[in-house]
Design a binder for this molecule. Sequence first.
Ligand SMILES: Cc1cc2nc3c(=O)[nH]c(=O)nc-3n(C[C@H](O)[C@H](O)[C@H](O)COP(=O)(O)O)c2cc1C
Length: 169
Amino acid sequence: MELFDVIEKRKSVRSYEKCKIPKEDIEKILKAGSLAPSGRNVQPFEFIVIDDEKLIKKLGEEVQNCISEASVVIGIIADPSQSKFWLEDISATTENMLLAIENLGYASCWIEGTLLPKEKLIKELLKIPEEKRFIIILPIGKAKGEISKKTKKNIKEITHHNFYGNKYF
Ligand SMILES: Cc1cc2nc3c(=O)[nH]c(=O)nc-3n(C[C@H](O)[C@H](O)[C@H](O)COP(=O)(O)O)c2cc1C
């Protein structure tokens, strides 16, 4: 797909059909994540691929129901000791992965809000070292049903020209 089509098509999906996701596809998603920009190119992140049924079910119970319908879950682990930009870095990584997931014909959702309050518990479950942060997971599957796209702000309303308040469009 054309890059702009992928960007336009991507949307948060919270209902999945189980499907077989080949390791090559997971590799492409991880590669896309690894190629994201990061402050001083420190890349203070690691990934965890979760395909164990019991773990996926547990994540669904503890974090957000829809996760249990995913075929694979990718988690992004951050090491704040490596960079003060760790949050921005994992955000860029996450968006790259979401676009790769869309391009490969799967669906996903950036899960962070519901993971944050459970971070400690989930880190223990997945044996992630205490000093690392684990705040974003991406459930991956085939979209179940039709999901409408969210409305976005019109660029005409949010873009200024040279000086704030001057219209660009
Ligand atoms: C930082 C961040 C945290 C989010 N946390 C959650 C979450 O915990 N659960 C969820 O269902 N969606 C979560 N989302 C997805 C947003 O709700 C979604 O991106 C937003 O509603 C816009 O919809 P769209 O992704 O389809 O454009 C999160 C997105 C971001 C960027």
